[in-house]
Write a protein that binds this ligand. Structure first.
Ligand code: ADE
Length: 267
């Protein structure tokens, strides 16, 4: 099923842009297609597909289910609670969908924690297959069929659909033309820092005012203020991001100023 056209699985989507301009194709293998359809049809993911930058197909894994009941899961060998996703339906689906250039990603809480860097990496690929397990997990042999295992954080969800949506959203917005390039260049993590504070009208709201520099019209001062506030916020909330990052001379100077401001504030 196309995320955008609502058509059949085989049909694919009908982008506004000329065919052939598609940068990234994504097949999402799931037992719950409806969980993905509406979120992928809206906002930036929907627009990226409308513009023909990406084609997302939602594919029902049960198509490769076994027997009359299209069974996809079974009890765990050795005993224990919950059902495990069988390897045969997954292998059959991958045999049909995989191409030489495909990257197969298993969504799994035990995988590598998803990051902006990984989002950029996946946005460079031409065909992703995202495998969304349900139940207690997957037969271990499925892991040998995938190229990467990705977790969206240290908590357990009921399946891979929401993690797949997170990955797709983060990836599609990076495709050239999906959104204004300046927005992605300056936002949190793109620079290795958290984003600076943003304000819009009114200039005063419940006694809180907009920093004067932002209404001064001095572009260079605005740039320096934003960089300093990015550093201040990163130091306060995510100091780990600064540890792994080489600072420019200007950043090091501004960070010293931030530390000086903090000390002055304590006195
Ligand atoms: N499946 C269940 N929980 C998950 C998580 N945190 N990340 C990726 N896939 C999952």
């Amino acid at each position: 099923m196309s995320a955008r056209s609502g058509g059949s699985e085989a049909e694919g989507r009908q982008p506004e842009a000329a065919a052939g301009s598609t940068l990234l194709e994504i097949d999402v293998l799931t037992l719950f297609p409806a969980m993905l359809e509406a979120p992928l049809a809206e906002s930036i993911p929907g627009r990226a597909q409308d513009r023909g930058l990406a084609a997302v197909r939602i594919v029902d894994l049960r198509r490769w289910g076994l027997g009359r009941h299209k069974s996809v899961d079974d009890y765990t060998y050795g005993g224990g609670a919950g059902m495990v996703l069988r390897p045969e339906p997954v292998a059959a689906a991958l045999d049909e969908l995989r191409r030489p250039e495909s990257t197969v990603v298993l969504l799994d809480p035990g995988g590598e924690v998803f990051s902006q860097e990984r989002a950029h990496d996946l946005a460079e690929r031409s065909h992703l297959i995202l495998l969304c397990p349900r139940y207690e997990g997957v037969d271990e042999r499925i892991r040998s069929m995938v190229d990467a295992e990705v977790s969206i954080g240290d908590y357990v969800l009921s399946g891979g659909e929401i993690p797949a949506l997170v990955v797709i959203d983060a990836v599609l917005r990076l495709l050239p033309g999906a959104i204004d390039a300046e927005s992605t260049a300056e936002e949190s993590f793109a620079t290795g820092l958290l984003e600076y504070p943003q304000y819009t009208r009114p200039a005063e709201f419940r006694g809180m005012t907009v920093p004067a520099v932002l209404t001064s019209g001095h572009h260079e001062q605005v740039r320096r203020w934003r960089l300093k506030e990015s550093l201040r916020r990163t130091l306060a909330r995510r100091p780990d991001l600064l540890e792994g990052r080489a600072l420019t001379g200007e950043e090091a100077g501004l960070l010293d100023e931030v530390r000086g401001d903090d000390e002055a504030g304590r006195k």
